[in-house]
Design a binder for this molecule. Structure first.
Ligand SMILES: Cc1cc2nc3c(=O)[nH]c(=O)nc-3n(C[C@H](O)[C@H](O)[C@H](O)COP(=O)(O)OP(=O)(O)OC[C@H]3O[C@@H](n4cnc5c(N)ncnc54)[C@H](O)[C@@H]3O)c2cc1C
Length: 414
């Protein structure tokens, strides 16, 4: 693979961009691989990447029913933060956040990580107490956050209205090294690096069945034929229940559509990410100038990947109180993605009842931020059978009652 560099850009400019290579190969599937990963979203691609990078396992295929990065990875609002309450969560999200810091250099692909700072507004006294508690927990976990007062909120985000009629801003949990990254680029960067290591990425290929013998996985049937493997990783977000069903076990997850929208582009007016959990909405400004606004999840289970007007109305109505200036903006587009929610709002990275079949799911409304850490942990779990990062996130916790309750940290859909 030719490296991207300032020199390469200059060279290609001179020769009319005739020398760029395809970022990844488009191969036909082989009959057998050491590892099959189902799902070419960020988590699946990152798992494949760290299998190669950290364990030298490169006879790997990533199978995608649609186009790579076209699931939730390409539909999310790209907020990255690690200010979670429980220790296992802080560990995996902070690992991910810290890997994001150098991901562009690592992958030789600009993922546009922008640590512009994330604030979660406290708009009730209950929230003040909750976020102060999280700030103390984060201090013990080595995650840099602080509880800031309303004046500091206004300094960091001048367009905010502190004295909303229902919910005035009373402070915020502030993570200065949280931020955003370019979602497509994260998927594309990992895909390019995987392909460079000799891994195959097969797009437009749907897994239809999981084959097993004597309780052990032996391969999958796909729309491009049967493929055998030693180990199988299911990393399909909103479709986890469907794949688990194929593998013969049930998951404690529900699939619902989560929605977001963007406004028309405007001049730069906001250089932080703001989440308002009580009124339920969050906002940041993209590099193109659009206000990126995250809304809620549907209140019923479904597999529809699209937006709906009642959600747009609810979300915008909530946010206008805190950001009155957005009432004058036009909406450019809205969309939805299918997210997989667990009862404790924490993910599942786990062995399964089917031997050599592993699952990574349950990231719900907030898994983009976790992609590098999740890939790192999942690769270790698949290669060695265990990982300190994933230890607490097994499916067994739902039987043992050892929940990792993040309903507060994940209280808004992002
Ligand atoms: C509107 C919205 C906003 C969000 N905002 C944020 C945010 O701000 N911050 C944050 O951290 N997270 C956010 N999220 C959550 C985040 O997007 C997801 O947690 C994360 O992208 C999940 O990545 P993934 O790789 O697991 O799944 P995906 O990217 O969905 O990839 C799974 C892939 O599996 C494929 N697949 C499914 N079934 C099969 C099959 N049978 N055969 C082959 N392939 C199959 C799918 O086509 C898909 O491409 C948001 C999500 C949505 C929908």
């Amino acid at each position: 693979m030719k490296r991207y560099s300032a020199f390469a850009i200059a060279r290609e400019a001179i020769r009319f961009h005739s020398g760029w290579e395809r970022a990844w190969r488009n191969p036909e599937p082989k009959k057998r691989y050491d590892v099959i990963i189902v799902g070419a979203g960020g988590h699946g691609l990152a798992t494949a990447y760290y299998l190669g990078r950290n364990f030298g396992i490169t006879n790997v295929v990533v199978i995608e029913k649609s186009w790579l990065g076209g699931g939730n990875t390409g539909r999310n609002t790209t907020i990255i933060r690690s200010n979670y309450l429980q220790d296992p969560s802080a560990a995996i999200y902070e690992k991910a956040r810290s890997l994001y810091e150098n991901l562009s250099q690592e992958l030789n692909y600009n993922v546009m990580f922008s640590p512009r700072g994330v604030m979660m507004l406290a708009q009730t006294y209950h929230e003040i107490r909750g976020y102060q508690r999280t700030a103390h927990a984060n201090a013990l976990q080595g995650v840099t956050t602080e509880f800031i007062d309303p004046q500091k909120v206004k300094e960091l985000c001048p367009i905010i209205n502190l004295t909303g009629p229902r919910y005035p801003v009373l402070g915020a949990l502030w993570q200065p090294r949280g931020g955003t990254a370019r979602h497509d680029a994260v998927a594309w960067g990992y895909a390019r690096a995987c392909s460079d290591m000799g891994m195959d990425i097969i797009q437009q290929c749907e897994v239809k069945a999981v084959r097993q013998k004597h309780g052990k996985v032996v391969g999958v049937d796909t729309t491009k034929g049967a493929i055998d493997c030693d180990k199988l990783g299911l990393v399909v977000a909103g479709h986890s229940g469907v794949l688990a069903d194929m593998a013969g076990f049930r998951l404690p997850v529900e699939s619902v559509a989560l929605q977001a929208l963007v406004s028309e582009p405007i001049k730069p007016c906001m250089d932080v990410v703001v989440m308002a959990n009580t009124v339920h909405g969050y906002m940041s400004q993209s590099d193109k100038g659009e206000m990126v606004i995250g809304g809620g999840a549907d209140g019923y289970n479904n597999y529809t990947q699209r937006g709906s007007f009642h959600h747009v109305e609810e979300t915008v109505r909530a946010l206008v109180e805190t950001f009155p200036m957005i009432s004058r903006l036009k909406m450019l587009r809205c969309w939805g993605g299918i997210v997989d929610m667990t009862g404790d709002r924490s993910p599942i990275l786990s062995k399964t009842p089917l031997e050599n079949c592993f699952i990574n799911c349950g990231w719900g409304t907030g898994g983009f931020k976790a992609i590098p850490g999740s890939g790192w942990g999942m690769a270790e779990l698949m290669a060695k059978g265990q990982s300190p990062l994933t230890e607490e996130f097994g499916i067994q916790r739902f039987k043992d009652g050892k929940f990792i309750d993040e309903s507060v940290a994940a209280g808004v859909a992002h």
